[in-house]
Ligand binder design. Structure first.
Ligand code: FMN
Length: 433
């Protein structure tokens, strides 16, 4: 069935379409499962709702939270998710994705601290509990744009991602990779000082650590075998652990691409002989190894590339192109993958990409949690459009369709333009396209 836009008025209509498409959407009428506490490692989150990392491109030139950053997290704190998975924060100025991406360093750590203190205070006052706050530490790699223009740092030359083949000089050397790894030590130390509960060594959406997972064609210690392709990620963890010490409740984790959506040898999560069909074997192995060596208390699963196949990452009604798959097929791929990974690993899993279902997204999230297919549900675009859906769910058991994200692509377009990102439909007094 070709792409079509959202038009469902009832949960039954969603269910019917999903069945026609054989899309895996375990829906639940009752959304109560989202409101039980989640214990993972040493922390307990008050509920199973996660606000996903959503970059706002609204930091100061120096990388500190700006006025709009503070406003975004104030809205999030008021809303009351159990976990705020704080957006991508650069580990070095050279690896920022925009001139306004956050970048944590010794001279601005106090401003981050003020922000995390503020989030906890607001949520405690408003909701009676503080969220767990996890910071996503990033190296933007291929998508580095520290001055606002592309300055790619790539793991290997990858034709499906390049309109014009990038020159060999863009391929980062092994020595560069070692320097990038070391930066995680200082970032982790500062992240802890800044009051975060844990740090995500970002490994998704084809930023550097993620891209290395598919570096089958790269020669040397960072390419080829599984061991080599995961070396950078694990070395970043080792550096981070050195920065925080071992006797601390502060934890490390990752947001991980289980599948890139490109065929072998250009994508992680596929096999040579199976084209674009996902294969979760390596993702499962990697999670188990991260658990064994770094004691990660949970993992956040995502897929796709926001630049080349955004419909895999965030199924939508409107974007830069019309995908050749139905949006519910995309949501179903995500749910099936998360579910299969959850069955195979012993740690809590945060699921992604619920927002497409608008007022029914909580029904899908709750169904996934209720059936043990994930342990918490992450909301990205919905958190921008309608953060207080949590209150509506708690008080009325349902979300208001008039306030939901309409998957128009506006927030992503703002981000791509290097402008402060937010919802240009439901929060348009502040954000305009
Ligand atoms: C404007 C924008 C900014 C984003 N920033 C990040 C980010 O900093 N880190 C990350 O891992 N994902 C980021 N994402 C992806 C989202 O976290 C999420 O995976 C995606 O929107 C799909 O979830 P949803 O259907 O709930 O929106 C971003 C997406 C958008 C649209």
């Amino acid at each position: 069935m070709p792409h079509e836009v959202f038009h469902y008025r009832t949960l039954q209509e969603v269910q019917n379409r999903a069945e026609e498409l054989s899309a895996f959407l375990p829906l639940s009428e009752d959304t109560g499962a989202l409101f039980s506490p989640l214990t993972a490692g040493a922390f307990t989150a008050a509920n199973r709702i996660v606000f996903q990392p959503m970059e706002g491109s609204d930091g100061t030139a120096d990388g500190a939270p700006g006025e709009y950053t503070v406003r975004r997290y104030r809205r999030f704190a008021l809303a009351g998710p159990g976990i705020i998975w704080f957006e991508a924060v650069a580990t070095l100025p050279r690896v920022r994705a925009s001139a306004h991406q956050l970048w944590l360093h010794a001279d601005n750590v106090d401003l981050f601290r003020r922000l995390t203190d503020g989030i906890r205070e607001i949520s405690l006052r408003e909701n009676g509990y503080a969220p767990v706050i996890i910071m996503q530490a990033t190296n933007s790699g291929r998508y580095a744009k520290p001055q606002g223009t592309p300055a790619p740092l790539i793991a290997y030359r990858c034709p499906p991602l390049e309109d014009q083949p990038l020159p060999q000089e863009c391929v980062v050397s092994d020595d560069d990779l070692r320097r990038f790894e070391e930066a995680y030590e200082q970032t982790a130390r500062l992240c802890q000082q800044a009051g975060f509960d844990g740090m995500d060594v970002k490994c998704c959406h084809r930023y550097l650590a993620c891209e290395l997972l598919s570096a089958y064609t790269r020669p040397g210690p960072y390419g080829g075998s599984f061991e080599n392709r995961t070396r950078f990620l694990k070395n970043c963890y080792r550096a981070a652990r050195a920065g925080i010490g071992s006797q601390t409740p502060f934890f490390l984790t990752s947001r991980l691409n289980a599948y890139d959506g490109f065929s072998w040898p250009w994508g992680f999560g596929v096999r040579e002989e199976t084209g674009l069909a996902p294969d979760w074997t390596e993702a499962i192995r990697l999670i188990r190894e991260l658990r064994a060596e770094f004691d990660i208390p949970l993992i956040n699963i995502t897929m796709g590339n926001p630049y080349r196949n955004p419909h895999v990452n965030r199924p939508y009604d409107h974007g830069n192109y019309v995908p050749d798959e139905h949006p519910l097929t995309g949501v179903g791929r995500m749910m099936a993958g998360i579910s299969q990974i959850r069955q195979a690993v012993e740690i809590p899993v945060v699921g992604s990409a619920f927002s497409y279902l608008r007022q029914f997204s909580a029904n899908l999230a709750s169904g996934m949690v209720r059936e043990g297919r994930c342990d918490a549900a992450g909301f990205g675009r919905m958190a921008f459009a309608y953060p207080d859906f949590i209150r509506d769910l708690r008080e009325k058991g349902q979300m208001d369709p008039r306030k939901c994200c309409v998957t128009c692509g506006g927030c992503a377009a703002l981000l791509r333009a290097g402008r402060p990102a937010g919802c240009a439909v439901r929060d348009r007094e502040v954000y305009t396209l």
